[in-house]
Ligand binder design. Structure first.
Ligand SMILES: Cc1cc2nc3c(=O)[nH]c(=O)nc-3n(C[C@H](O)[C@H](O)[C@H](O)COP(=O)(O)OP(=O)(O)OC[C@H]3O[C@@H](n4cnc5c(N)ncnc54)[C@H](O)[C@@H]3O)c2cc1C
Length: 361
């Protein structure tokens, strides 16, 4: 820790971390492996986070929220991710989805949607990406056409986190095709609006408990006052939102890696070979020390436990997807089978929460 107060979290932030860690260990971690294995939404985590007002801590006080600052929000996400990567996308995407309303929405819109979000009556998702508009988000095709006091939306949004579970969706759509990014506007769409439906959950390599689905908008007719900010400002709002929320995904990655490291710290003390805990062997011991001490900490540790664990992961991917890309390399198989790379270490990690976390990272 640097001897520099500017970067030291306040006592309140440390207390928040302790509280979230205790909650996550007691109520979220016990379900993490099943959530991943069954690729199911982490309901238990949503209940626990909502009961403790941790599901959307960023919501301002005037709408019933905790009005947590950016650091407090990332501490919540990091600590939840340490226990369960999928669950961390509850607070993270509630912020991502609702921030456009907080940044640019009218007072009425904020009151209408931030209040139920703060209460835990409905989650938010963020709908920017489309099948042909990923990095080039301004190339989106979803359209909104004005019809009297309504807007009518048509299009497909892809890769939408928590789609189908969330009640509310911030949707970016083209309102003036001649102006590219300046012709995009943002709207709040509700799950119950007629014409809203969802695709099948994507099959992902990790973070399987967080549903990622397409959102279909088929003549969805919404009142004009659901537009967020002025017409043509939706893309700017979407980009400002990402400026505030990229850090939440970094917090998620850090939490996942920290969870893997903390799990490994316990495992190497408990697992015995040649009559003593494997933590006592120089390679493992050095690896743990370097992993814990390195600024990139847990990520660095992956290098040390890498090869045999990599083989175990490759085998499981190959068994599931039959993709030649994942076929375990023959030389690595032979060396691991000959015991040269500690096959048992790989087996030890494989199927344990640490491997689930490693997959998520
Ligand atoms: C699990 C998951 C959850 C997601 N959740 C959401 C969500 O909730 N809401 C939402 O709106 N979106 C979501 N996304 C979509 C995500 O934002 C997009 O995947 C991302 O914007 C990249 O788009 P793409 O996948 O189409 O990749 P592409 O844009 O096709 O890019 C493919 C590759 O080309 C590279 N590339 C592209 N353009 C350039 C360039 N100009 N120069 C150099 N390299 C370039 C990219 O870096 C990348 O490596 C999610 C995606 C995933 C995988």
């Amino acid at each position: 820790m640097p001897e520099f107060d500017l970067y030291r979290p306040s006592e309140e932030h440390d207390m928040l971390r302790d509280a979230v860690r205790s909650l996550a260990e007691a109520k979220i971690a016990p379900h993490a492996a099943a959530v991943d294995e069954e690729a199911r939404f982490p309901r238990e985590a949503l209940t626990a986070l909502t009961a403790n007002d941790l599901h959307a801590v960023h919501v301002p006080e005037e709408y019933g929220g905790a009005c947590a600052d950016a650091l407090a929000t990332v501490i919540v996400i990091e600590e939840v991710a340490r226990a369960c990567a999928s669950s961390s996308l509850i607070p993270a995407v509630n912020k991502l989805g609702s921030l456009p309303v907080i940044l640019s929405g009218s007072e009425e819109l904020k009151k209408k949607y931030m209040t139920p979000l703060a209460k835990g009556d409905g989650m938010f998702s963020y709908c920017l990406s489309e099948p042909d508009a990923g990095s080039d988000a301004a190339g989106m095709k979803t359209k909104a056409v004005r019809d009297g006091d309504f807007w009518v939306l048509n299009g497909v949004k892809r890769w939408i986190t928590n789609a189908g579970v969330s009640e509310y969706y911030t949707v970016m759509a083209v309102t003036d095709p001649s102006k590219r990014s300046k012709g995009i506007s943002a709207f709040v769409v509700e799950k119950s609006d007629e014409g809203v439906s969802f695709g099948a959950p994507e099959k992902k390599l990790g973070i399987k408990g967080s549903p990622t689905r397409e959102v279909y908008l088929d003549n969805v007719r919404i009142p004009a006052d659901r537009m967020i900010g002025a017409e043509g400002t939706g893309f700017a709002t979407a980009m400002q939102t990402l400026d505030h929320t990229r850090i939440t995904i970094a917090a998620q990655a850090l939490g996942i890696a920290q969870g893997a490291l903390d799990y490994a710290k316990g495992y190497v003390k408990e697992r015995k070979q040649f009559g003593k805990p494997i933590a006592d062997f120089q390679g493992i011991d050095e690896g743990m020390v370097r992993g814990c001490a390195h600024p990139m900490g847990p990520l660095r540790l992956a290098d040390h436990i890498g090869l045999d664990t990599t083989l175990a992961v490759a085998e499981s991917l190959y068994a599931e997807f039959r993709e030649p890309l994942y076929a375990p390399p023959p030389l690595l198989c032979r060396m691991v089978q000959a015991g040269r790379l500690g096959r048992k270490t790989g087996r030890g990690f494989y199927g344990h929460p640490g491997t689930v976390a490693y997959g998520g990272a």
